[in-house]
Design a protein around this ligand. Sequence first.
Ligand code: MN
Length: 761
Amino acid sequence: MDSTKSQSQNDGKTGAPSSTPDLLFSELQTAVRSYLPNQDLSPLEKAYKFGANRHGPQLRVSGEPYITHPLNVAIILTRFKVDLASITAAILHDVVEDTETPLTEIEQLFGKQVADLVDGMTKIGKIEFRSNQERLAENFRKMLFAMAKDVRVILIKLADRLHNMRTIEALPPPKRRRIAQETLDIYAPLASRLGIYGIKSELEDLCLRQMKSDVYKELKAKIAVKKTQRMASIEEVKEKLETELKKYSFQNAIVYGRPKHFFSIYKKMVERHLAFEDVHDLFAFRIIVGTVKDCYEALGVVHAMWKPMPGRFKDYIAMPKANLYQSLHTTVIRPNGEPAEIQIRTHEMHETCESGIAAHWSYKDKGSGSNAPADPKAQNPDLKKFAWLRQMMEWQTELKDPEEFLEAVKVDLFDDEIFIFTPKGDVIGLPHGATALDFAFNVHSAIGLTTVGAKVNGRIVPIKKKLKSGDIVEILTSPGQKPSKDWLNFVTSARAKNKIRSYLRTQQRDKSRKMGRSLMEQACEARGFDLDKLLKQGHGEAMAKIAKESGLDDMFASIGYGKQDAKEILGKIFPEKESKPDQEGSAVSIAQPAISKTGPSEGILVSGIENVLVNFGRCCNPLPGEDIQGFITRGRGVTVHRASCPRALDLDPQRRVMVQWTGALSGENPPKGTHHAYIRVITRDRPGVLADVTLAIAACGANIQRANIQVSSDLLGVLDFELTLNGLAQLQAIFRKVESLQDIVSVERRISGRQQNGRVI
Ligand code: MN
């Protein structure tokens, strides 16, 4: 039954003469009795009496006795056929917050389960939502935490919000707008994510009415007009579908034609910049049949009747949404040229669509709650069904930074999903644009951190390969693999991003701390001190204090990052005597041009001084425009490495100096091809693909010094090139050009061309 529609689009409901508490209560009893015929419903009566007593003469802004609100909330909840404890808690949900009643009293009278649910509601009630992003994320997290403990709390909360939105007219306009905005930001998406489309649509329409009342009124009027104009047409479609389905002897097939929700029409108009007149599919049709097999057969019948619109068919039966929504969606073009959207599903799927998570939530094995284990996952076995819910629970423990959390929620919670299969056939939902690496992190973070590649549908692909729905993915790992910063450039799921970030942070901090410590040792040595001794003598605290860091480790890290200077800190504790000759310990003095290993010395600025002999690291071949670092090499001046060069990590950090590109080489007018770069292009096997790639490279003005072609075991072409070019910008242009060619699987830059074998052309 499509109950929500009549409520949301019938203004009569909200303004209807209010029921008395007693009438509402008997309505509630009847509703509960209908699906719990054999249970003792006396706790409900007890809760009603207790609640009515505690709220006493309290009135709602509308002037009704307060108890009418919790009773209405309980009635909405019966839609989900929830257990008695939930209904009882719904009746009592505002008692602790709004009256002086202590929670212990609820527990004594109604048991621990009901008390816990009421407590959850009270806690959510205390959360104050602000439009400020940070607050929003923080609060969202708290709410999810409450939910993770017991999803029934969220069901009650949604029912609570729905009733408040239905009766919002009693409030002053600014307050209405604030509540409507919050509902749109938090509760409607949450209901959607939980698969409770009935509540989601009604909430959205109620919000639209508050936020854009003119739009709402206009839509309402126009739809009313179109509705009468088109009643015949809807009936015609409906009848045609019914007759045709009967012809193929479908049992119990039911066809509905219904106007779409205002909010979804409004969204379409905004998103596609359409005028109302240009929105054609104002009505949607739904076919409910007996079995899954019938769904596909009915689809066949529909597509035989009318031409399907390309790209609009979606099979959510084979691949349910994460919230378990299932249905076939198609849009067909009718003979008059107008599209009609048709959803096909079974009765069971239809129920799930209306109640979402609630339709699957099992209350039976919850027990009395007396010996509930501490682990919420163990407590709620059904969480397994809701991968995203589990993710949420992980995030909210992992993500300390509210902004990261909000980013995570935005990306993963509301974006379109793709569905990927494990080799065992499990389905994993990932955000649109997810790569093989995202998948790996989704399987397990330990797997993600050591991923070297993947097999997608049996073929080996690089980790940055974008996945498509239906791909079967197997991850290849190697214990020696370590995450790098550029991984962050192509993963899309929040989970992978966070794991990589946190790995890099730990690594980076560790490195910086060590480097900072040895820089300090060096500074001490230069002044004739011994760092260990100074620390033993208790100078460590003073050092940290001068550096304005909370401890020695923080100070070392900060020196290592280059934020602080070891010499300066030391100098503040032990001021230097002018007489002592300072050997200026760093770069330039060592860099006597002894052996003239020639390199382009101009173009690099070393620690602010020019004319130092400069070499470029052969290991990483930095290009003008890239982030770089320099290392003093005895007798050879300064060797410049990429900032990210892994070899440079093995070099003595004390020899590190600041370097930067200068003049012509920094960007605009670099001299021609003096720098080397190595790239690897993976292609599908096609005649002419090599020529395409080399032409593309040449077109960008680079020289190919060497090329090395191999065919991998899975018949991919592996093309390695050594190029001379003049800077990063040129390399980037090559990347763009080559990536845009046909049959290119990937293009990547390699650290060096050393590990080359095979045929050289
Ligand atoms: Mn309430």
